[in-house]
Design a protein around this ligand. Structure first.
Ligand SMILES: CC(C)(COP(=O)(O)OP(=O)(O)OC[C@H]1O[C@@H](n2cnc3c(N)ncnc32)[C@H](O)[C@@H]1OP(=O)(O)O)[C@@H](O)C(=O)NCCC(=O)NCCS
Length: 161
């Protein structure tokens, strides 16, 4: 491929494992996505834990991820702890591109079942998980206390790999 071709055709979005060096960027994305953000130190600590699997989504030639997903493995089960895409990159199918190889990575590490919890009103996240094959297992009414003082229900979902 020529230099001009490379310029005209940037690499397709790709997914790679991320480690503690990405902690500040993950904290920034998390802060843009959730009302109670985790700091850089929280991410450094988590990314250093045994059993944590973290993947980042990289767009074009960017060195920093535009999204990430973080799971914790315990024996042959895993929990997706958080997934977020930077606001400017949402609504373009990126979360799906990110989740598919992440689930493959969990499967390769011997995970048979994946769990997660999501706010009932979070349409994009629920659509993402359903599309990946997750099914609702429980509903916890009024589980989340929102910043505006209201409560929201949680859905727990699971997928057998
Ligand atoms: C949830 C999130 C990761 C999705 O990322 P994304 O890259 O925008 O998602 P995608 O473009 O891959 O779309 C995922 C699905 O949501 C659907 N979707 C997009 N916007 C939607 C909306 N406002 N309402 C309902 N569904 C929507 C898409 O159509 C797609 O479904 P499909 O594959 O059946 O067509 C992203 O919105 C985000 O970071 N949100 C803030 C953090 C968050 O809520 N994380 C989940 C916590 S459990």
């Amino acid at each position: 491929m020529s230099i001009i071709d490379r310029f005209l055709h940037p690499p397709a979005p790709h997914v790679e494992p991320v480690g503690t060096a990405a902690a500040a960027r993950l904290a920034a994305i998390h802060a843009s996505a959730f009302p109670r953000p985790w700091g850089t130190l929280d991410f450094e600590r988590m990314l250093g834990e045994r059993g944590i699997v973290a993947d980042g989504l990289f767009l074009g030639r960017a060195k920093k991820p535009s999204g990430f997903v973080l799971s914790r493995i315990v024996l042959d089960e895993a929990e997706i702890i958080t997934v977020a895409i930077a606001p400017e990159a949402r609504g373009k199918g990126h979360a799906r591109i990110l989740l598919t190889p992440h689930l493959d990575a969990l499967s390769r590490r011997g995970v048979a079942r994946v769990h997660l919890e999501v706010e009932e009103g979070n349409g994009p996240a629920i659509a993402l998980y359903r599309r990946a094959g997750f099914r609702e297992t429980r509903r916890r009414a009024g589980y989340y206390h929102k910043a505006d003082g209201t409560k929201a229900s949680a859905l727990t979902m699971a997928l057998d790999l």
